[in-house]
Design a protein around this ligand. Structure first.
Ligand code: PMP
Length: 354
């Protein structure tokens, strides 16, 4: 009854459990601002009766608000049910079966999962030994006629590595005629943004999400690009893809963004502290810029299990064979000060046992 490929297809895995500290999904751990919550509650209640109707098909009011937020226009945005949905829409819009996308290795797992389902090939470009990215290799590999789009997550998930703006521009120029998708899901936690570059490069899409800065529950992401590209993406988008509750909440978040910044700032401060303190415990920690810290080495899957036994959920990523000699990466979401203390205590205990 079902497609053959589903017999071995692995969808995105979410491990539900009774964790006391959940640092495995890059959610924001800090409670939302009270005033902001009040604003959202008011906005939702004001037009509650609207839930009798379908929401705006293309999230127009939200796109208008995004335009104001970035000094761009509504026509430069498409809104998705999470940026996950936009990743799928982009792939469906540019790739026929058997064509290919280029990604970094490692990178966000949904690129492979989504491409796999759509019978799109994935060509990985590995990071260098010191986590540098080889822009020439990306440009050269993208010359393959099957490649239709390059997906680069920056800060990269799971390493946190940041690609500088010059390199993004260089790659956009180097692959003209093909799409460059810059997935900036974590850019609020890094020193820079890429959205303004869409005015400079006509083949560039920047993907953003509300998820990492405190609103994972509303499932809202957006893509920023030229009017022409956004128009094509809308041809693929399912109808009414973003719920009324999500559209209203996202508008309030943008209007009250100052009330979100504090949690972003706290996350950055806690991340820097964590990097330092985990290094003091003699773990190798990547200099990453997401809302998480990334440990690299051998035996980290055991460490994940150990932390799990203490009620702390973190995520382990094995490297592709041949990369860094059989080691892997442990990605730990930045927690509150209290959560991080517990985490550090557990890491220290692990160290002492060794
Ligand atoms: N891109 C990257 C790099 C991510 O890490 C994630 C979330 N894990 C997403 C996109 C998807 O985010 P959303 O919640 O908006 O679907």
């Amino acid at each position: 009854m079902f497609r053959n490929k589903l017999e071995s297809y692995k969808n995105y895995e979410v491990k539900e459990d009774n964790w006391s500290i959940k640092l495995d999904a890059n959610e924001n751990q800090f409670p939302l601002d009270e005033k902001l919550k009040e604003q959202i509650r008011k906005a939702l209640m004001e037009n509650m009766d609207n839930i009798r109707f379908y929401p705006e098909n293309n999230s127009d009011a939200l796109r208008e608000e995004l335009g104001k937020f970035y000094g761009l226009q509504k026509k430069n945005f498409i809104v998705g049910n999470g940026s996950d949905q936009l990743i799928q829409i982009i792939m469906q819009a540019v790739c026929e079966k058997g064509e290919a996308i280029l990604i970094l290795s490692p990178s966000f797992v949904m690129y492979r999962i989504t491409a796999g389902l759509l019978d799109i090939e994935v060509l990985p470009v590995p990071f260098g030994a010191n986590w540098q990215i080889d822009t020439d290799e990306i440009i050269n590999k993208a010359r393959d006629s099957r490649v239709k789009a390059v997906f680069l997550d920056t800060p990269n998930n799971p390493t946190g590595i940041l690609i500088n703006r010059k390199d993004i521009s260089r790659i956009a120029e180097g692959i003209k005629g093909k799409l460059l998708v810059v997935d900036a899901a974590y850019s609020e936690f890094s020193p820079w943004d890429y959205v303004d570059l869409v005015e400079k490069h006509e083949n560039l899409i920047v993907l953003k999400t509300f998820s990492k800065m405190g609103f994972a529950g509303i499932r809202c992401g957006y893509a920023v690009s030229s009017e022409n590209i956004i128009d094509y993406l809308h041809r693929v988008k399912p109808p009414y893809n973003v719920s009324y509750f999500t559209q209203v909440t996202a508008i309030e978040v943008l209007r009250n963004f100052d009330r979100v910044k504090q949690n972003i700032q706290k996350t950055i401060e806690e991340r820097e502290k964590l990097k330092r303190k985990i290094r003091d415990l003699k773990f190798e920690v990547i200099d990453g810029y997401g809302n998480f810290v990334s440990l690299v080495g051998k035996g980290l899957e055991d460490l994940q299990k150990f932390l799990g036994s203490k009620g702390i959920a973190v995520r382990y990523f094995p490297f592709e064979s041949g990369f860094k000699d059989g080691s892997g990466l442990l990605r730990i979401t930045v927690g509150t000060e209290g959560q991080n203390k517990e985490l550090l205590k557990a890491l220290e205990e692990w160290r002492d046992r060794k």
